[in-house]
Design a protein around this ligand. Structure first.
Ligand SMILES: [Zn+2]
Length: 119
């Protein structure tokens, strides 16, 4: 059952702030690729329409690797990767780093391992 709720989140220093409508009952992805495995992100994917960047567009630095389909954005001040932008099969998608949501206890999330290392 899907339960969309509005959560706010952002980077550590406060430059990057966003609001997202997200269902946190669903699984969040713990990926072991060369990026996520190092950063420890716990990702949940939402359509771009459910994501609103409130501040910090100018503080974001874009990093791309591998197939260059995902924009791995991080705050140039504090270095935190609070979300990423990509193209899903149903259109523009945002990957939320659920560790960066304000009011979420990540220990209670339904974490699903993803084998990204070999891709
Ligand atoms: Zn920051």
């Amino acid at each position: 059952m899907s339960e969309l709720k509005t959560h706010s989140g952002g980077c550590q220093c406060g430059k990057v702030r966003y609001e997202v409508q997200i269902d946190l009952q669903g699984p969040v992805i713990s990926c072991n690729c060369s990026m996520c495995g190092r950063a420890g992100t716990l990702l949940a994917f939402v359509p771009a329409a459910q994501f609103k960047l409130l501040s910090g567009e100018d503080a974001l630095t874009d990093y791309q690797f591998n197939k260059h389909v995902i924009h791995h954005l991080f705050c140039r001040v504090c270095g935190i990767k609070s979300f990423a932008r990509g193209a899903g099969k149903d259109g523009p998608t945002v990957a939320i780093n659920t560790r960066c949501l304000d009011d979420v206890d990540v220990k209670k999330l339904n974490v699903k391992e993803f084998e990204g290392r070999s891709r």
